[in-house]
Design a protein around this ligand. Structure first.
Ligand code: UT7
Length: 325
């Protein structure tokens, strides 16, 4: 028995903002953004489009590809840092309702940009140990809603989007989700967090403040390079695979320089690493399923290919997965 990613799909919102366009609104340049991050553009959701809407679009198209009905879905897990409602209800519950997946249990995972890998691990464990057969694992983000557009050091980095995977328990062995490593270092919580709006004081009118991202870029950069390196070493040790066994490494798309530094450390050729950050920027929990979906569309993922997912992000968290496609 194993748990297979049966289908993967994505939704990218239609509004595309190039670096040049951003540079006409804030104090930055295309040259700075490209040379420091590898980002060329980002897509942002129109007003009124919630994280759940993007999640639902990605999920519908993944279900179509998987050729299974929504009524066969047992679990819906949404990894997101930008839920429709802060606190509760879970965005996964809103997705459940919009899809009409009334037989499914539904909850969110908060693990920053590592959220999709955390959610994949949870879903595959649930499918292995319970009666459920199919799960929807979604990474969805509306980061433009929590971006501080006056802070050029973060405003250029993020984008919106969603990716959804249909997971199925199958009788065959040797394929699917083979191994996971998850980790966290909460001492870095303040290096990447959501600044909360001030609490309203009774009887005082205050300007409404929205929550915005605050990041210590250098600290997160150092953590990212170190955690990718450590997690790859631990995964190779745990599984006894060699780097040469992998057809693809699919990292969280935060900064092309982070990935290049990790690749150099292991002498991994860059053509084994999939990057699409240039078009979508950093979409947090959506970035890995967005990458997988694009690879699938382009026919880059062949059955039985061994692939590695690697992520890191707010928490600070990190994680990796080995999957036989
Ligand atoms: O997915 C979650 C995880 N997040 C990450 O992985 C992000 C990790 N961090 C990074 O990717 C990088 O630290 C950044 C891309 C955020 C920043 O790159 P950096 O090379 O560390 O730049 P810096 O913060 O050291 O800034 C260098 C200079 C500064 O100017 P001075 O002080 O040297 O005169 C900044 O003011 O670049 C300036 N700067 C900019 N200039 C033009 C910062 N942002 C911008 C900008 N446009 N957008």
């Amino acid at each position: 028995m194993s748990v297979l990613i049966r289908a993967i799909s994505a939704y990218v919102p239609p509004i595309r903002i190039s670096n040049e366009e951003l540079a006409s609104r804030i104090d930055t340049t295309d040259e700075w953004i490209r040379s420091h991050t590898g980002i060329g553009a980002r897509h942002i959701a129109p007003d009124g489009v919630q994280t759940s809407d993007m999640a639902v679009s990605a999920a519908k198209s993944a279900l179509e590809k998987a050729k299974i009905s929504i009524h066969e879905i047992d679990y819906i897990i949404v990894a997101t840092a930008t839920p429709d409602y802060f606190g509760f209800p879970a965005t996964a519950c809103i997705v459940q309702d919009k899809l009409g997946a009334y037989g499914a249990s539904a909850f969110d995972v908060t693990a920053g940009c590592t959220g999709f890998i955390y959610a994949l691990n949870i879903a595959s464990s649930m499918l292995e140990t319970s009666h459920g057969r199919n799960a929807l694992v979604i990474g969805a983000e509306g980061l433009s809603r929590i971006t501080d557009w006056n802070d050029r050091s973060t405003a250029v980095l993020f984008g919106d989007g969603a990716g959804a995977a249909v997971l199925s328990r199958i009788d065959e062995t040797g394929r699917g989700c083979l191994s996971f490593i998850l980790g966290a270092d909460g001492s870095g919580a303040k290096d990447l967090y959501l600044v909360q709006p001030e609490r309203a004081k009774a009887f005082e009118r205050q300007p409404p403040l929205v929550p915005v991202i605050s990041m210590n870029g250098k600290k997160v950069y150092d953590f990212a390079v170190k955690s990718i390196t450590v997690v790859i070493e631990r995964l190779l040790h745990k599984t006894a695979y060699r780097l040469e066994d992998f057809a693809w490494i699919i990292p969280h798309q935060a900064n092309a320089r982070i990935v290049q530094a990790a690749a150099k450390r292991f002498s991994i050729p860059m053509d084994k690493i999939f990057l699409n950050i240039e078009e979508y920027a950093n979409t947090s929990a959506a970035s890995i399923p967005l990458a997988l979906s694009e690879m699938d569309e382009k026919g880059l993922l062949k059955p039985n290919d061994l692939i590695m997912l690697v992520g890191f992000g707010a928490g600070l968290t990190y994680g990796a997965a080995v999957i036989r496609w």
